[in-house]
Design a protein around this ligand. Sequence first.
Ligand code: SF4
Ligand code: SF4
Length: 356
Amino acid sequence: MDNRSLEQYAEDIYTCNRTRCGFCVDECPVHRIKGMEAYSSRGKMMLARGLLEGIIEPSTEVQEVLEACLLCGHCQARCALNNLDIFTALRQRMAEKEFYAQEHLKKVMKMLDAGRLFDRPAHLEREGTVPLYLGCLYQSKPIETRTIISVLERCGIDPLVVEEVCCGYLAEATGFHAQFEDIRERFRATYGNHSDQEILTLCPTCTVALTESHGLNAKHAILAVAERIGQLNPRQLDLQATYHDPCHLGRMLGVFDEPRDVLRALGVVLTEMEQNRVFSSCCGGGGGVADIDQTLALEIAKNRIRDAMRVGVENIITLCPTCEPTLLRGASRLANETGVFVDVQGVWDLLDEALN
Ligand code: SF4
Ligand code: SF4
């Protein structure tokens, strides 16, 4: 991805400032909690104009507003502008002026030094025929990841897992452009020989990074499972649930039907939440927000659990290593407050149960 400058998005920024339609405001998950326009897309478009024209100077107040954005893309689904690119350019502008969170810098340095975001407790490399990119989060959860690999094997897929390096999404999303370029070079050196192959992925965020930032032919593994599930005769699970679309898998990659098709093939009866598919609401785990404001992330997660409660289900199923623990924290906290627990489950665990 090229260096982003606010100037290149001036037309979009002025279009918003002139129209101020506000379609993006009410459903922004951060605005739902904060109740202040500055946190919505429209508010950030005004900040962008202020920074462009030099009316506003970078400050800790501006930094706080920009770091509270989940980069979830809900506003962009309501708008016709390059909202997410503009927010990333804003973060980049702020980072260039030394306004960034230390927590984000620490993670970026870890990516640069160690090649991954988290410590890796186990070796997960294996011989196989289909390249599978695990991503940092799954590398840090060897038990869950071995289960997924076993599910893929039961689906007739033979995953090839090599020593991985981080895709660098967080560095790019938090405005560390120069560092992201270094991470991208290392990534290319490691995966260059897979550039003409299809790579299966597990993490929606990594999938977006592999396709959009690294130009690879990446496809979320649930698509491969959906192609095969009809021949597998899975055990039918007695479960009523709703499905939470992860922002990156749904809105950004357009994968809406396949996870639902797989769940229905397992006998799961699905009820849709009001905000679903392209207008799904973020779990609270996006954009690096949880690193700097866990309370905000938790309140957003609780709101998503409330969305599920409103349609009368006690189970919410998702397919993302960030959404699942974030929603579970929200569900647990809400259970303490209301006495009602909405269970959060992952598609891979249900597949493991049904294909056993
Ligand atoms: S929907 Fe788009 S144009 Fe309308 S206020 Fe929001 S960001 Fe501006
Ligand atoms: S990306 Fe998400 S959190 Fe950020 S302004 Fe848009 S809707 Fe709100």
